[in-house]
Design a protein around this ligand. Structure first.
Ligand SMILES: O=C(O)CCC(=O)C(=O)O
Length: 176
């Protein structure tokens, strides 16, 4: 995965986040079109609103700071059209769309990006994406969602990327 992400980003990389998303019949959500503009930081910069997710502060970017980043979703279960998989809207990663998303793209269906179990789906975090509820009889749709950026990624307003315990840039395990 490191080699894949380095190839996509085009430089040495760092991890910027990780989540396990477990969609099941009791926790069966849908999410409208959005860009992932937030990034975990060491602390909320002065003057920014508090946004704490999973216990960690998140800084919301306002421009294209994350345009060189890559998200990689590993499907631990099938994530298909009827099991709450992702839809994307190609080409929308080139601008920070802010609050215009619903008005401009709300009526678009987009392109489904179905994932068989064990597959990896990589995309730019700024591409519009959405998901629907699971309608299949599947018990779980677990996705390991990993976020990556260039090792020299910097944020404005003095925001410091959360210091995940890792060598930066990342090195292959064999080399440790
Ligand atoms: O996996 C899903 O159902 C939606 C995930 C999502 O919107 C995200 O990762 O930003």
């Amino acid at each position: 995965m490191l080699a894949l992400v380095e190839q996509l980003i085009g430089s040495p990389v760092r991890v910027t986040g990780g989540l396990l998303l477990d969609k099941d019949p009791q926790h069966n959500w849908e999410v409208p079109w959005h860009q992932d503009t937030g990034i975990y930081v060491a602390e909320t910069p002065p003057g920014e609103k508090d946004d704490v997710r999973g216990g960690l502060p998140v800084y919301s970017t306002r421009g294209l700071e994350l345009a060189g980043d890559v998200t990689c979703r590993l499907a631990l279960d099938p994530a298909l059209v009827d099991s709450g998989g992702l839809y994307v809207l190609p080409g929308t990663h080139r601008e920070h769309l802010g609050k215009t998303v619903a008005e401009r793209f709300g009526s678009e269906k987009g392109v489904s990006a179905p994932q068989p179990i064990g597959s990896a789906l990589s995309y730019n975090p700024l591409i519009l994406h959405r998901s629907e509820k699971m309608t299949s009889a599947q018990q779980h749709r677990r996705i390991l969602h990993l976020s990556w950026g260039p090792a020299d990624l910097r944020l404005p307003d003095g925001a410091q990327i959360y210091p995940w315990p890792q060598p930066c840039p990342l090195t292959p395990v064999e080399a440790l």
